[in-house]
Design a protein. Sequence first.
Length: 257
Amino acid sequence: MFLFLSKVLDLFLAPLTWALLLILVSRLPRLRPALARGLLVAGVGVLYVFSTEAMSTLLTYQVEEGAHDTFHPGEPYDAVIVLGGGLDPSAMERSGRLEFNAAPERILRGYDLMREGHARFVLISGGSLDPRPTAVVEADVLSRMLQDWGIPAERIVTEGQSRNTRENAVESARIIQERGWKRLLLVTSAAHMPRAQGCFAAVGLRPDTLPVDARMPAFRMGRLGWLPRAGALSQSTDVLRELAGRVVYRLRGWTSP
């Protein structure tokens, strides 16, 4: 039920949804003309503001500023934990091939760490929201990919049950305890890292962290664009969803400082 509600919440966290609702309400009959105009202007304003590079950059700064790189390349880690979220399962079903979304850096950096000898094992954590037996399980797909790239199968551990960040942490902790791993490195997107780190802390794990997939550009306020762009609207929406996820996880007690 929580997963279903989270998807519904995602819809209402989108500025495009807010704008459309405001515009639709402004067209209701018997609405006072002044109120109708105000709602229409508010809807267009919301759409414009969140579509600008200035707003998307400010939001991205807010969500990524807590992601810290504590990677120490000296002694090899027992395991590098790579969180899923880089595949596009729907596109894979259509094409029958590997299809990535906008965050392939997670597995690419995990591969680099293994290839360069910075970790003895890689733990890939990521299942599927699709309950069908034929659904794409991200951990299994990425395991096969790493093997194709030359990482030995005996150095790859998969966890394909988790469906969200909380379950990533819970299921990974179980495997880590079974194997007795101590020195750990967590790899995920910069925007996602603070929430992921909090979830792992809540289950008693405090791995070093290596944030990737950073979206924060060089911050020069005077050079930020104020023209609306679809890419900026998409970025603003992603950041708002992550910020809301942090609030929900904190309220449910799924994260620790």
